[in-house]
Write a protein that binds this ligand. Structure first.
Ligand SMILES: [Fe+2]
Ligand SMILES: [Fe+2]
Length: 473
């Protein structure tokens, strides 16, 4: 187990014993820092932030909280401990020992999987970089920065794999991960949702609730990989990812709670007029980020997904809970939309792996929505938030290129145009939310009007703890 030491790059992968790799990563490090200063959180790089730093993968290594200036954060390379005699748990090579190196025949595919995952990490930091100027509290500001530095560490995790196992191609990919930019016309990030702007805190909470949760499911599937270093690094990333989803789910919950309070206090129950986010607007933001995140799972029927599974590269989330790990016999009852009509088709199970992963994701999202609705029910409010149909607002797969309303009813192009402002944030909604959330709250313990305080602070600190020293010290 490695601990916080003097190494330039904290790690538990014996980096010092591989001088060539160490040198290559030490050359990448200043480029990473340049990217961080250019594209990381805007305006707070010289401030002390009360951050949790991973200094090892055991429980002790985790519990390290202290004030850190973000550029001094100890971005490290941490793999979960190896599992003794680990075997490939699915696909054609089921039961064989896992690979400690990249099998030649899977090299290109694995590199693509790692680059695609790696690209999302800096992308989200870029998307969120201006939010510090409009934070609802120091508690939230600190959580934003915690998420940001950890996404930076996730980039390190993927870059380690690229450098260690993919030679020159890997090093070039690692440079490209610092060159693409979220939302850029000419060199955008690889996946759609990671090019969408995140310019207000409602979007940030939705992003961490729904888009980071896609990340959780992708990581769970990669944690099953027969390529053991990928499995071990993603297993550790999952422990960090849990906090990101906590930020999202509880963030929305606090918005919903505050909205309920404002509805009760205002004579006509109008939360918007009372300076809150009204429930229909919350629903629209939910519709947007949930549907964008569904797209990240890829096509419902996918030969790529089948190949990943067959090769033992990417499994299902928690593969062990499934009965048949070879999945050559089974079928998946898929809903197909063709010629304006729906039908069911039994699709070969391996070709349906994206949809199987999406099923787990949808269930997981629903649990969060249920908790939000409990807040509304407890406040005596009839309105309920809901996940839209999986067909709604899709750009990929069976439903991409068609129009559906949130209940999943097919629409003509004109019907969609007429209805879309009622289902997705309109320009006016975006302007309203952005304006409502434009003023930053930097006083310790204070909270913006549109959000309720959290029930407790971070690391057992009080709510009025100075989570970020916003004054230059
Ligand atoms: Fe991440
Ligand atoms: Fe994340």
């Amino acid at each position: 187990m490695s601990h916080l030491g003097d190494e330039k790059i904290p790690n538990n992968v014996h980096l010092a014993e591989d001088r060539k790799l160490q040198r290559a990563l030490e050359q990448w490090q200043p480029n990473f820092l340049r990217w961080w200063m250019e594209m990381g959180p805007e305006g707070f790089q010289r401030r002390d932030v009360y951050l949790r730093t991973a200094v090892g993968v055991d429980a002790d290594g985790w519990a390290h909280f202290d004030y850190v200036k973000m550029p001094d954060y100890r971005w490290g390379i941490f793999l979960s401990d190896p599992v003794a005699d680990r075997r490939i748990g699915f696909g054609d090579s089921m039961g064989q020992p896992v690979w400690q190196d990249v099998p030649g025949e899977h090299r290109t595919t694995l590199r693509r999987l790692i680059v695609t995952q790696g690209d999302t990490e800096p992308a989200s930091v870029e998307q969120q970089r201006r939010l510090g100027h409009s934070c609802p509290s120091l508690y939230d500001l600190r959580n934003l920065f915690q998420v940001n530095v950890e996404e930076g560490r996730h980039l390190w995790a993927m870059v380690y794999l690229l450098h260690r196992f993919f030679g020159r191609d890997g090093r070039e990919e690692a440079e490209d991960l610092l060159r693409r930019r979220s939302g850029d016309q000419d060199r955008p990030r690889i996946l759609g949702a990671f090019n969408e702007p995140v310019e207000d805190w409602l979007s940030f909470y939705m992003f961490t609730m729904f888009t980071d949760r896609d990340g959780k499911y992708q990581l769970l599937a990669l944690a099953e990989s027969g390529f053991d270093p990928l499995s071990r690094t993603t297993r550790f990333m999952l422990t960090e990812e849990a906090h990101h989803m906590f930020v999202g789910e509880t963030g929305i919950q606090r918005v919903v709670q505050r909205t309920a309070e404002l509805m009760e206090q205002s004579p006509d129950g109008d939360a918007r007029a009372a300076g809150g986010v009204d429930l229909p607007t919350i629903q629209k933001y939910l519709n947007l980020w949930y549907s964008l995140s569904l797209d990240l799972f890829g096509s419902e029927i996918s030969t790529n997904a089948a190949a990943f599974f067959g090769a033992g590269l990417k499994g299902r989330a928690k593969e062990e809970k499934f009965g048949d790990h070879v999945a050559l016999q089974g079928t998946y009852p898929m809903e197909i939309f063709e010629g304006g009509a729906f039908r069911r088709e039994a699709v070969a199970l391996r070709s349906a792996m994206n949809e199987v992963l999406r099923d787990g994701y949808v269930e997981d999202c629903q649990r969060g929505v249920d908790r939000w609705n409990k807040v509304l029910a407890d406040a005596g409010i009839d309105f309920r938030l809901a996940l839209p149909s999986r067909r709604f607002h899709r750009h990929q797969g069976i439903f991409g290129g068609h129009h559906f309303d949130p209940e999943g009813r097919p629409l003509s192009g004109e019907e969609w145009e007429r209805g879309k402002d009622a289902w997705l944030p309109s320009a006016a909604d975006r302007a309203h939310v952005k304006n409502l959330q434009s003023r930053a709250v930097y006083e310790p313990g204070e909270m913006a009007n549109w959000i309720a305080p959290p029930p407790r602070g971070i690391d057992a600190r009080p709510l009025d703890f100075v989570y970020v020293r916003t004054e230059a010290g």
